[in-house]
Design a protein around this ligand. Structure first.
Ligand SMILES: [Zn+2]
Ligand SMILES: [Zn+2]
Length: 272
């Protein structure tokens, strides 16, 4: 089986997809919501049918291929319009290459297992949109930075906030177009959610951190802007031909040396 599921509660399931990426399934009384779809390795829509008979709406946190790669088989798809063009640039080869380079131990992958690209429509998903599912709900919350259309998902009654790739312990902020000062404002606007959140959730298994990560992210932005962050050069920048710095020094295990969780990977031109 390509997918495995862990129940975080009766109504919130975490689906592990090939390529070390999570999708989440929120079960209501009347509808279900699938948040993200992995890389399109294996038939996720058929798998979701084994988990629920309810009609399924898809919420994409953003347009990157490791989140929007498994859309085939779904029809009610929502995505921020700023990330819509990413779906058209998606290719099976790119999804295969990403998955093959991100396999979990013991995981194998074959090109023939990949779904084709999604050519169907998407609905525009804007911050503030709430999806009532019957006894549960999912709200889209603005979190631009990693991409222009990045969204967090606030899930009730679990009081869970999926921060996804938008803010985590290895935030690929350098992939986006934002400045650090813009991102700081985004995170400040997100702070009220920490007060009504019990669990912060992420899209990749190496990410960690509780809801305090939002305040830590604000502090990290302030440090970068003041030139007093740890400013650690990252080897991944060399392969990409661009300088990339981590705001926090990390241990060999990839954890922040100072015990916090938020770490922002940024380009020098974004430090404004
Ligand atoms: Zn991403
Ligand atoms: Zn991702």
């Amino acid at each position: 089986m390509k997918f495995t599921t862990e129940a975080l509660s009766d109504r919130l399931l975490r689906i592990r997809c090939p390529g070390r990426v999570f999708a989440y399934l929120v079960l209501g009384d009347e509808r279900a919501m699938l948040i993200d779809t992995g890389l399109g390795c294996g038939d996720l829509s058929a798998y979701v049918r084994t988990l629920t008979d309810l009609p399924v709406t898809v919420f994409l946190t953003h347009g990157h291929l490791d989140h929007a790669g498994g859309l085939v088989g779904f029809s009610d798809v929502w995505l921020h319009p700023a990330d819509r063009a990413m779906l058209e640039n998606d290719s099976l080869d790119a999804r295969y290459d990403y998955t093959a380079s991100s396999l979990a131990p013991g995981e194998t992958v074959d090109r023939s297992e990949f779904l084709p690209g999604y050519t169907g429509p998407t609905h525009d998903l804007l911050p503030g949109k709430v999806f009532p599912l019957g006894g549960t709900s999912v709200e889209a919350v603005a979190l631009p930075g990693h991409t222009d259309g990045m969204l967090a998902a606030y899930i009730l009654p679990d009081r869970a906030l999926l921060l996804g790739d938008g803010l985590n312990s290895a935030t690929f902020f350098f992939l986006g177009n934002s400045s650090v000062s813009e991102y700081k404002e985004v995170l400040q606007a997100l702070l009220p959610y920490a007060e009504k959140t019990d669990a912060a959730l992420y899209s990749h298994p190496h990410n960690y951190g509780g809801k305090e990560i939002i305040a830590e992210g604000v502090a990290s932005c302030e440090d970068i802007l003041a030139g007093r962050d740890d400013h650690i050069p990252l080897p991944m920048g060399e392969a990409r031909g661009v300088e990339i710095f981590a705001s926090k020094a990390q241990t060999a295990e990839g954890r922040n040396a100072d015990g916090t969780a938020a770490n922002i990977f940024y380009r020098p031109d974004q430090a404004r």
